[in-house]
Design a protein around this ligand. Structure first.
Ligand SMILES: [Zn+2]
Length: 641
């Protein structure tokens, strides 16, 4: 078996060194303390535990190891953080495999070609007489020289082969230029420059490497007005947000991201000091966009212009809602006119509405614009409130028909709220805004939920932890653990992938060890995709192994090789419940101990503020700890401890 590089890297890399590069740490007993990089605070509640190689923030709850820290603070994926830490530790990583390594080299080459193209276009913009039009246009739109430099904005000349010839001379092959989307293939052979007579915005990935371009037409009547790079091995607009590489640290600090549409809006926002703004690229907002932002921001604000923000009627019975039954779809100005945002997360989505007839860039460039922008951003309404306001404004609430129509539309959104308290709150609000009885709204919400197919994943929302059906729980005695609670649970998931969508399925946050979490996520995604009541477990394990980073494989094999009992289908939920409860209890126990240690320290230094904060956390964890603890069986041996 491969040696476990992850364990080796962890062993050689003190967590305080990695965290210390971003956070100023001071000693606090055996541990270290500093200001949390994930939320803004004045007194340090971010603690680093050298012994466990982990960190934990008592203010916002962020925790993890060195890999997780880099992924979060630098926006890296697991592979990239692994590579970075391996280099630091002086450990050589094996390439994933020959083919993957070759693909990596190809992609690097395409990105280099794009970087060379960006330099070429930018140089023309700055120096060439033919770019005079482009410069005039950019000035008219309010771009400053500093902004041109920051975003490396360029000019594509009105020529069929200027860029192609330049890059061929620099040693790139025709195929590479085609693959990078820089030139387009002719039917009769050969190729021509894709971007001609356009102001060019290079598009960078989250690491800041150029992967594509967006070009604004400069000629009279030239179409399309905006032309983007095509889908390519390096460019996928459904996973890239324009400006993200520059905005990331600002988003992280503010805990908030603002999404606009269009290059000019992003560029002008940054120029006006609004550096947490990113843009979608001629596409709907996707789950992957949301994923990218969710890692670093809890608040996502969509900036809508009033036309589409109010275009709720277009949604009624629309295909989009049908298609995304599990998500909330809300309208935004754009090519297809609609975007969708996943609702199943802690991330809060708000809607920011601009004054009629104003685009973001116009507003930001106007007198007092940045202040107005900040105000509108702070006044942004939660998604549901926005929906209620818009629907109420769109319907004749004096007529019975208008009322019932409005209730029906809003309830489509209300049923997506996972939290029953929030749902109750909004049911009340809708009733009072629309002047209808609460029961009527409640009934409409219930009706829409009943219409949905009730798969295991939906059931998870309504059945939280600790919901063993009474009378049955005592018939079943959990099996003794063989390892840490986390691995004990994961081992069951590997043997029975369907447990990832059972009523009490674990959440990926239940796994505190990053390796376990990544393996769980891979298996869960495959199990859901297989869409069967009893998925083919060996096939899923094989596919998971394929999709995982090779560095995770030794760990995966170790867990997959654990012995698991053959369980009858009807027993699975109980065994799952039992292992999940044990894990949550275990995590809470550690959390409670850490809280106590912190309180002791705070008492010694007389930090009353921190003591108060910790007391609240401590009592909350304690309450949860007892909540998860199922009553011991009166009949069977309790094997929990
Ligand atoms: Zn924090």
């Amino acid at each position: 078996m491969d040696n476990d590089v992850i364990a080796e890297i962890k062993q050689r890399t003190p967590v305080e060194d990695v965290v210390g590069e971003t956070v100023r740490l001071t000693r606090a007993g055996r541990n270290l303390k500093g200001l949390c990089p994930f939320h803004s605070e004045k007194t340090p509640s971010f603690v680093v535990y050298p012994k466990d190689g982990s960190y934990h923030c008592f203010g916002c709850g962020e925790s993890g190891d060195i890999f997780a820290f880099l992924m979060k603070t630098e926006g890296l994926d697991f592979r990239a953080s692994l590579e970075k830490l391996a280099r630091k530790a002086g450990i050589e990583l094996k390439p994933r495999n020959e083919q993957a390594a070759a693909e990596d080299r190809t992609r690097e080459r395409l990105k280099e070609a794009c970087a060379a193209a960006a330099a070429f276009y930018n140089n023309l913009y700055l120096n060439h007489p033919a770019a005079a039009n482009a410069r005039t246009y950019a000035e008219k739109r309010g771009l400053t020289p500093a902004t041109i430099e920051l975003f490396q904005i360029g000019f594509a000349p009105d020529s069929w082969d200027a860029l192609g010839n330049y890059l061929l001379q620099r040693g790139y092959t025709s195929q590479e230029l085609i693959d990078a989307g820089l030139v387009a293939e002719r039917d009769e052979g050969g190729h021509y420059d894709r971007f001609r007579n356009r102001l060019l915005f290079p598009i960078r990935d989250h690491k800041g490497l150029i992967v594509g371009f967006g070009g604004r037409a400069l000629g009279e009547g030239q179409t399309p007005k905006y032309l983007n790079s095509p889908q390519s091995p390096i460019f996928d607009k459904s996973s890239i947000l324009y400006g993200f590489d520059l905005a990331r640290s600002h988003i992280q600090r503010a805990g908030q991201a603002v999404i606009v549409e269009g290059y000019m809006d992003v560029v002008i926002a940054h120029q006006a000091g609004q550096s947490n703004v990113v843009g979608t690229i001629g596409t709907a907002l996707t789950d992957r966009h949301a994923e990218l932002l969710k890692r670093i921001a809890r608040h996502i604000i969509l900036c809508l212009d009033p036309d589409t923000a109010g275009d709720m009627a277009a949604l009624k019975g629309s295909e989009v809602l049908q298609e995304h039954a599990e998500k909330i779809a809300i309208p935004i100005r754009g090519e297809r006119g609609l975007i969708n945002v996943e609702r199943r997360s802690e991330t809060e989505i708000r809607i920011m509405q601009l004054p009629p007839g104003k685009d973001p860039d116009e507003l930001l460039l106007s007198e007092g614009g940045p202040q107005a922008w900040s105000r509108l951003r702070d006044e942004a309404l939660p998604l549901i409130d926005h929906v209620i306001t818009v629907v109420a404004a769109r319907h004749d609430l004096k007529s019975a028909h208008g009322k019932s129509d409005a209730v029906a539309q809003i309830s489509l959104f209300l049923r997506e709220l996972g939290d029953p308290i929030q749902r109750a709150h909004y049911v009340q609000r809708v009733a009072s805004v629309l002047h209808v009885p609460e029961e009527a709204v409640q009934e409409a919400v219930g009706r829409t939920s009943a219409n949905r197919n009730t798969t295991g994943r939906d059931a998870r929302r309504t059945s939280g932890p600790g919901t063993l059906p009474s009378g049955q729980s005592d018939l079943y005695t959990p099996i003794e653990p063989v390892s840490t609670p986390e691995e004990h649970l994961l081992s069951m998931v590997l043997k029975y992938p369907q447990t990832t969508w059972m009523a009490s399925a674990p959440l990926s946050e239940d796994f505190t060890r990053l390796e376990n979490r990544l393996i769980y996520e891979a298996v869960a995604a495959l199990a859901v995709a297989s869409d069967k009541t009893a998925p083919d477990a060996p096939a899923i394990r094989a596919a998971a192994l394929e999709s995982l980073d090779p560095a995770l494989i030794p760990h995966f094999l170790r867990i997959a090789s654990r012995e698991e009992p053959e369980l009858f289908r009807f027993v699975l939920p109980y065994e799952l419940e039992s292992r999940l409860l044990r894990l949550r209890q275990h995590n809470d126990r550690i959390w409670i101990q850490q809280c106590q240690l912190m309180m002791q320290e705070a008492q010694e230094t007389g930090d009353a503020d921190t003591i108060d904060k910790l007391k609240i956390l401590w009592s909350r964890s304690l309450a949860r700890f007892h909540h998860y603890d199922p009553k011991p069986s009166t009949v069977f041996r309790d094997s929990r401890d």
